[in-house]
Design a protein around this ligand. Structure first.
Ligand code: ZN
Length: 131
């Protein structure tokens, strides 16, 4: 069974902490022990796991991505959002998280971030258990 979480983004590029929504979905899927798979079905968005305790970290990640992938370059893709496609591929569309006793086994400082690279849009994250 797949659970779908909707994420409404507000900016062109941003990282949004969706850890609580994923925890809620894992409980509703009744996963006790196994693996939670997160999958983003978009070409200009991604998902990653990193520090959520200090909110500065997500801004630093975005700053570096914006430096590594410039807005203006000799891109061929006519839609004009090639930087978003490149960033999505660098970060990737999926994550796997161990589940034990019905809870995500994230590290103390870890959070799950939805990465918007061509917003604002309404996005989806698929959550599925692998057992
Ligand atoms: Zn495009």
């Amino acid at each position: 069974m797949t659970k779908v979480v909707t994420v409404k983004t507000a900016s062109k590029t941003e990282l949004i902490d969706i850890t609580q929504e994923v925890r809620k979905a894992v409980r509703s899927l009744n996963i006790t022990d196994g693996i939670c798979m997160l999958y983003v079905p978009h070409t200009t968005a991604a998902i990653t796991i990193n520090e959520s305790a200090d909110p500065s970290v997500k801004f630093d990640i975005l700053m570096v991505l914006n430096q590594v992938v410039p807005w203006d370059a000799n891109y061929r893709h006519l839609e004009g959002n090639s930087p978003a496609h490149v960033k999505a591929t660098l970060i990737g569309p999926s994550e796997l998280i161990p589940v034990e006793g019905g809870e995500l086994r994230l590290g103390t400082w870890q959070g799950i971030f939805f990465c918007e690279f061509d917003g604002p849009r309404t996005r989806k994250v698929y959550i599925r258990s692998l057992e």
